[in-house]
Design a protein around this ligand. Structure first.
Ligand code: 5GP
Length: 190
């Protein structure tokens, strides 16, 4: 997606050797007009597929999934919760995920009420690095008996192993921008 590449080049910044920051439009401040373009593009990529629900992971995935949902006949958006809360139902699917950015493992949970056997689930997320977040969501989908249609990623870091890990599991990955490398603080696209 050309406009996404341009936006990353204009507004993104690099932290260390492998973290891309896009806080001005995706991860802190949210550019709604631009997220609409992202939502339309996800619909275009998955227009042949039956999607009953969109599943993501808090926090940044929520805005992306919510806007995208409007282009998928307003299907419900479910987000996996990272924080344990008294409000959450007792009956949950849960799994552990290793966080690339935080360098530690955490548990994510989805109430059993909101994922059902036979439903077709599209997963969306902001970044794909080593694929752990998506593998965690796939694990939860498998526990529920729902089907994973595919994964829509806004920014894939192609120099990390995420795509390979997911494709080895037979998971379809559609990324709107693929960063091939980060060289001397500069982003290079595939
Ligand atoms: P993975 O699970 O694929 O290793 O990492 C993906 C998750 O880590 C995403 O949900 C995202 O929140 C975070 N992440 C990984 N790499 C980056 C990055 O370069 N920039 C930002 N902002 N988040 C990242």
């Amino acid at each position: 997606m050309k406009s996404l590449q341009e936006k990353i080049l204009k507004e993104g910044s690099v932290s260390g050797s492998d973290i891309l920051k896009v806080d001005s439009f995706l991860n802190h401040q949210i550019d709604i007009r631009f997220l609409n373009e992202i939502g339309k593009e996800f619909k275009e990529r998955f227009k042949e597929d039956k999607v009953d629900k969109i599943l993501t992971i808090e926090a940044s995935g929520i805005g992306i999934a919510s806007i995208a949902s409007q282009y998928f006949e307003n299907v419900p958006v479910v987000f996996a919760k990272k924080v344990e809360s008294k409000n959450l139902d007792k009956e949950v699917y849960e799994t552990k995920v290793y966080s690339f950015t935080k360098g530690k493992e955490y548990t994510v949970r989805v109430s059993k009420k909101y994922l059902n056997k036979g439903e077709n689930i599209l997963v969306v997320d902001d970044f794909l690095a080593n694929g752990r977040a998506v593998l965690g969501l796939n694990n939860i989908i498998n526990q529920s008996g729902a089907n994973l249609v595919g994964v829509g990623i806004v920014i894939e870091k192609g120099f990390q192993e995420g795509r390979k890990v997911l494709e080895d599991e037979g998971i379809r990955v559609e990324s709107l921008a693929i960063v091939e490398s980060i060289q001397d603080g500069k982003v290079v696209f595939k």
